[in-house]
Design a protein around this ligand. Sequence first.
Ligand code: BGC
Length: 740
Amino acid sequence: MTSRTVKFALLLLALVCCFLVPTSHSQRTSNVEQRVNSLLAQMTLAEKLGQLQQLDGEANGNYRPEHLDLIRKGLLGSTINVRGAQRTNQLQRVAMNESRLKIPALFGFDAIHGYRTIFPIPLGEASSFDPSLGERSAAVAAQETNNVGVRWTFAPMVDIARDPRWGRISEGSGEDPFLGAAFARARVRGFQGNDYGAPDKILACAKHWVAYGAAEGGRDYNTTDLSEQTLREIYFPPFKAAVDAGVGTLMSSFNAINGVPASANAFTLTKVLRDEWKFDGFVVSDYTSVKELINHGIAANEEDAAAAALNAGVDMEMVSRSYNTFGPKLIQQKRLSTATLDEAVRRVLRIKFRLGLFDRPYTDEAREANALLRPESLRLAREIAGRSMVLLKNDRETLPLGKNLGSIAVIGPLADDRRAPLGWWSGDGKEENTVTPLAGIKTKVSAQTKVGYAKGCEVKGDSTAGFEEAVNLAKSSDVAVVFVGELAEMVGEAASHASLDLPGRQLELVQAIHATGKPTIVVLVNGRPLSIGWIVDNTPAILESWMGGTESGDAIADILFGDVNPGAKLPVTFPRTVGQVPIYYNHMNTGRPPEAENRYTSKYYDVPWTPLFPFGYGLSYTTFKISNLQLSAPRISVNGKLTVSAEVENTGRRAGDEVVQLYIRDTVASMTRPVKELKGFQRVTLQPGEKRRVEFVLGPEHLGFWNREMRYVVEPGEFRIMVGANSVDVIETKFEVTPN
Ligand code: BGC
């Protein structure tokens, strides 16, 4: 080969490499940082503040006329609720063609459990104890949302909630930080994938940072007062999991934490999030939560509010306009440094670059129509709903029903309701797409089965005028299935309840139907634990269907008639009465743990201290036995790992799922420790007679806690290990942690 040919070959190789070798992560990161900084250097103060402003569109998805002008001037970086490929493209064209620096707008929307294909409410989905379902439903939500021009969702909602009075308990994964973290991780992966700039993926937002679910009295927006231990051990873990999974944004919450509002809280926003967790995305405030710092009483006016929020670490302001209005003055008065402002802008731009918005700002309008309610999305919604419904009671195998029944009475205000199954945050879900339970049952039964329907009463209100018709229908049918619970408006934001009883006359309706002597099956359609003691004591079968989404009715029918064997478990404790709240499984032992015969112990005089249904509880149409608990060693060091395993056997006659749950207890420690903490779970499917050994690995990340010096430590000593099918029915053993 001549030297010229060699040179030519090398040149060719270099060129090919340039095209073929993917840019490394660090190269991409430094490219993004370079682009961010060069853009920042060109921005005026007003344009910088513009990137920190988010404004609301109209409920129907339209933008507002002022958005056009603000975007043209570079004064608006993001919107919420504006959706539809055409509308977002219109606004985006203004940003890309008419604004000075051509910075694309970022469109956000609440696709909490689906965009058009609505999945079960997150509390329901968490009942599946199968985080892979959270990932798959979020992936469908991302695909639909992306195709309507929205590249950012305000989800997952990862607030731990120990108080069913709080309406937003329906939006999260329940009371447990370990389960909550697993779902947080899965949902972030589902929305974002490995790269939220990829087609069909969107940017996620873990919310509400933080302790929003601890609102005193369960009253929404209320203040919280929590120890740092409780914050770190109970409320932080799902956020940490989301950050570790690469979530691009967080939302700061409405509540105050120990006297400092979460939207002006430098401890949570900067010390924990940035310094400890190294989060490099941005934080958006909740809706007007910056301006609300005035109501909290830590800001005298909007100027103060803007300074407090920006300096604490809230980068983007949702809806209120304090940053934009007062930013220039704050800079001038040196209450806000240019460095702090620039850092906030940098974080927002970084995410816009990572999303690929500068290179692909528009949405393909032709794809939108085929993006929604795809058959495979609906199939998944049905599957997830079926895997999320919890069988609470089933005496004498009342369920499943035969498809050849002579007649079935479908009764109750939620039997044919299209709105409730969608929940409160129903994305852009449409009632006309909901399959109601009545429709699901009609499709399922044989042609000979007579299906009668009577509403009986409303969910709210006092009228019992419909009872007679419902009772007569039950009398003339072989079996009655009664659908009671809550309306969509009764759950979610600003829907705190002081009572957990069934609203209106619904309990009396169930009682009237039960009094006919016909087998009465109760199906709950609701978004929070309800105190349904009478129903539990008197009716033979109860199915908790939650608010099961678009395909809810089909999924309920799948379960009622045995095509799907329920295997879900409660991710939250059901109290007997609201007076027991807060009641959660991972409580401390106290100095006087409850004893029935001893008055001077920690319990109630008038009701039992135990819950109606414990965390992790749920039945199946088959039965399981968990046995033969084994440990890989009797002791491990503080840094060691332990394998725990147990056998689970399907002892019944049908294939079914059991969720094997692993709990630990640190028996003696320098701080009081919970009586149980979930540290592992696996949902397994077993054929009749099949037996399997299920394994869990425990390490320092499971065994430690935040000590008095606020350090995470694993303390030597004895630990109890409990494995079971719920948080109460467990088999147990012990092991020892040694100093080294
Ligand atoms: C809610 C958030 C939501 C936001 C935007 C607020 O009222 O608290 O969860 O993301 O509105 O819709």
